[in-house]
Design a protein around this ligand. Structure first.
Ligand code: NAG
Ligand code: NAG
Ligand code: NAG
Ligand code: NAG
Ligand code: NAG
Ligand code: NAG
Ligand code: NAG
Ligand code: ZN
Length: 761
């Protein structure tokens, strides 16, 4: 029996077209709109010259999962928000509402009848209901990959375009809640064609400075080498995304305007004075005669009447003061894009910014860096799934499947699951555990659907090329724990690998197998060099691993751009061949041990730690010590900055120097396996921390693969595990990392205030 197996090599695709023309804070480039309707910048309510115009922006912030799952939020809150907002904006042409998360909006839209849909289209065509951001979710900016960010925006944009057309095109990016902001995100937004970006959270010291200098609004330069096409007007909101002090009309903060003088508790003067005070405060710190005030917050407007009825009164009574009292404050219902239009008309020169808004601290001791690593397993799963989605989309497109086959409909399941998972309480790891499981389940369902799509696509492509394929492919989805039904239970099979990149690649493959002699040949029938290695002790002991495989068959594959490579694997005997490399204890009796290939040499000290790495081509050598350690988390009640607890959002360790394992001396059970293709050192730091350091024959890098967990919690001490590499390099606090898996950014440690890029000080 011949079985065809499908192995996807862990590569990230770099496809996708650009989604729109780049507009850098320019005026509207809109195409024509229906005759008697106006949307976009032309549909804005009028402003008054010579006054401070306050753009009152009714909005709701709807997390696509956090304390509750995305489905629970939809039924418990969001459906009522859209149900009640629509009649409220319909009854008064000056009222406005913005909606952000298409993951929610699409569900609601699908449930509406033609009458409601007709009304909603009218509101969109008149700019009274405006889509802002318009992505599937408001994605996290720290732990997301740029590829997934683009996909989840595409998903939202496509829905808007197909459902409403040009009037629904979002003009403004709206990242009001994410916990810090990435330069790459700004660059992507600029390239997607947004005219501006607003956000709510920035570091408290940065905010103090910017508030004082009236530079909360700026031009963000998103990329060193893309130039102006990656620049985007960016504004930080004054009160986060909530309403100004003393103003809140949701059901749970109800403090209505009581405007019948004959009744008790008449409060119009207090409300008006409070509002004018809020306006005066904010106006001091913004550069133009226009202010934006967000009216709403998390899941507000479930009863939209309470907000609109009271905002109507606030607008009426504050504006009355213009004639009664000669005030120069004018309130209007508005949207972020109508505000942006006025900033543009003001023709100002703005300061620029060219790094990112990380890390974010909202006060002393409260740096939101904990979420960079929270729920690492979900983060890893989201990354691998992103890779799989690229393959699924490509295969679907290449094979041009029709609807009778598993086509775009099933690709949609994974696109939507990925869109939801990019949310700032999704891949960020700041959600409840049950919600994290819900995201993972959605991803798994999407992956299953995409496997069917890929199977169909592959069959169709192969039959086009004249080859008959009467068999199905099977997937090795658990190679992460060296387990695969097909490779363990068949004496011969074909392994197929797909390369989603636009250039050919050479990669190492590791297939879990039982003991035996294996012959691997490529599609030309040429034998391929192989090596057998034992599965590491730690992987063997993973409780959920139910596998007969004790060895991994290692060989190198070369795959053409956007193409397949197939390899025929045959077990020719029961006894492993001469290239079996078994682990032996590392000699720690004094002599240093060295792993070496053509390019690199790795030295281990007599305690079993990696202690030096040399680039043999350039002959540069670095002394180092690589080990695992952990910080314990601060326990606190958050009542004051000094009592800030460490947690999923905020990293606040108890100590500057982390705890090391084995009292900092030797790594236990260090074993080494050496063969012609790959050499590995297996280390155990503790029963729950182990590592394999790996050097492939031709690699210009070393691979460090670690397994951590379950982290012991019986002692009720939170532990943040780190992989620490100490070197003798003189870096002057400077280091470089990527932003969202794309460009490399220079970063500096322990810089208290960074205001580079300011042209006005
Ligand atoms: C900024 O700070 C300086 C020095 O503390 C102060 O004099 C000035 O009034 C502040 N400006 C604003 C707009 O708050
Ligand atoms: C006019 O403004 C002043 C100062 O804000 C306030 O005390 C007064 O009540 C206002 N008068 C009227 C008629 O609203
Ligand atoms: C905008 O400002 C620039 C210089 O600051 C000036 O040259 C230009 O005329 C202004 N344009 C308008 C429309 O006011
Ligand atoms: C291996 O991957 C699967 C999903 O593909 C995931 O559910 C599982 O937790 C992973 N196992 C480990 C030990 O990381
Ligand atoms: C492996 O299989 C190929 C093709 O059947 C054959 O030519 C070759 O001799 C085999 N090699 C070994 C070592 O058995
Ligand atoms: C064992 O490794 C050597 C060196 O890479 C290679 O030439 C030989 O083909 C391998 N043997 C098998 C059976 O793969
Ligand atoms: C919070 O913890 C600190 C330190 O233990 C304690 O002094 C303080 O009273 C606590 N505050 C509250 C509100 O519980
Ligand atoms: Zn949120």
């Amino acid at each position: 029996m011949e079985t065809l197996m499908f192995v996807l090599v862990g590569l990230i695709a770099s496809q996708f077209g650009v989604m729109g023309k780049t507009l850098v804070f320019s005026s509207d480039q809109r195409e024509s709109v229906p005759d008697d309707d106006t949307c976009g910048y032309e549909s804005c309510n009028p402003v008054k010259e010579g006054m401070i115009n306050v753009h009152v922006v009714p909005h709701t912030h709807d997390d696509v999962g956090w304390i509750m799952t995305v489905d629970q939020y939809y039924y418990q809150r969001v459906q009522y928000i859209l149900d009640t907002v629509i009649p409220q904006i319909q009854m008064d042409p000056t009222r406005r509402f913005i909606y952000v998360e298409i993951a929610f909006f699409k569900r609601w839209w699908d449930e509406q009848d033609d009458t409601i849909r007709h009304i909603v289209k009218g509101l969109v065509n008149q700019g009274r209901l405006e889509f802002i951001l318009g992505a599937w979710s408001m994605n996290d900016e720290a732990s997301t990959h740029y590829n997934a960010i683009i996909d989840q925006h595409t998903l939202g944009f496509r829905f808007l375009r197909e459902t409403f057309g040009e009037c629904a095109r979002p003009r403004v990016a709206w990242q009001i809640d994410p916990f810090g902001h990435s330069r790459e995100q700004a660059s992507l937004f600029a390239q997607m064609g947004y005219d501006g970006l607003f956000f709510g959270r920035l570091d408290y010291q940065d905010k103090d400075y910017r508030v004082n200098a009236s530079t909360m609004e700026m031009v963000w330069e998103g990329s060193d080498d893309l130039g102006i096409s990656s620049s985007l007007f960016t504004g930080a909101l004054y009160d986060g995304y909530g309403p100004p002090p003393g103003i809140c009309f949701a059901y749970d903060c109800s403090d209505p305007v009581m405007d019948d003088e004959s009744l008790h508790d008449y409060n119009v003067p207090q409300k008006v004075n409070q509002f004018l005070k809020d306006v005066a405060d904010q106006a001091k710190h913004y550069a133009t005669d226009h202010l934006i005030m967000t009216m709403g917050s998390d899941f507000q407007y479930t009863d939209a009447l309470t907000w609109y009825k009271n905002l109507d009164k606030i607008i009426k009574y504050v504006n009355q003061q213009q004639t009664l009292n000669n005030t120069k404050v004018n309130l209007l219902y508005s949207t972020p894009s109508c505000y942006l239009k006025q900033l543009n008309l003001a023709n100002k020169t703005w300061t620029t910014k060219s790094d990112d808004f990380f890390p974010y601290a909202h006060r002393a001791h409260s740096f939101w860096t904990g979420y960079f690593t929270s729920r690492a397993a979900l983060k890893g799963y989201v990354r691998r799934t992103n890779n799989f989605l690229q393959v699924c989309k490509q295969m679907d497109a290449l094979a041009q499947l029709d609807d009778s086959q598993h086509s775009s409909v099933s690709v949609e399941v994974l696109k939507e699951a990925m869109g939801v998972a990019q949310h700032h309480d999704g891949v960020s790891g700041t959600e409840k555990q049950v919600v994290a499981y819900d995201y993972a389940e959605r991803l798994a369902n999407g992956v299953n659907e995409c496997r069917k799509t890929i199977n169909d696509a592959y069959k169709k492509l192969i039959s086009k090329s004249g080859t008959d394929v009467p068999f199905d492919q099977h997937y090795c989805g658990l190679l992460n724990i060296s387990m695969c039904d097909v490779t363990e239970n068949n004496k011969q099979f074909v392994m197929l690998a797909y390369n989603p990149l636009g250039r050919h690649v050479t990669r190492w493959v590791r297939l879990p197998v039982v003991a035996g002699t294996y012959n691997v040949t490529d599609s030309d029938g040429m034998s391929v060099a192989t090596q057998l290695l034992p599965v590491s002790a730690r992987t063997m002991s993973i409780p959920e691993r139910k596998s007969k495989a004790t060895l991994e068959l290692v060989f190198s594959v070369t795959i053409p751009a956007l193409g397949f490579a197939s390899y025929f694997v045959q077990m020719t005997g029961d006894v492993p061949d001469q290239n079996l490399s078994e682990f032996r204890e590392l000699d720690i009796t004094g002599a240093d041990t060295v792993l070496k290939n053509k390019h690199i040499s790795l030295t281990f000290d007599d305690a079993g730690h990696l202690s030096a790495m040399e680039n043999l081509d350039s002959q540069v050598s670095v002394e180092l010590k690589q080990e695992f350690a952990y910080y314990t988390g601060f326990i606190g009640n958050n009542s004051k900055p000094e009592f800030q607890a460490s947690g999923a959002y905020i990293f606040r360790p108890n100590e500057m120097e982390p705890h090391t394992f084995n009292s900092g001396t030797s790594v236990k059970h260090t074993r080494i396996a050496q063969g012609p293709l790959v050499q590995e050192v297996e280390q155990r730091f503790s029963p729950w921390v182990s590592q394999v350091i790996r050097l492939y024959e031709d690699a210009e890098y070393a691979e460090l693969e670690w397994t951590v967990g379950p982290i012991p919690i019986d002692d009720k001490v939170g532990k943040e595990v780190v992989n620490r590499i100490q070197t003798d390099m003189m870096t002057d606090r400077t280091f470089y990392t990527d932003a969202n898996g794309r460009q490399i950014l220079k970063r500096m440690r322990e810089v208290s205030l960074r205001f580079e890029g300011f042209t006005v000080l």
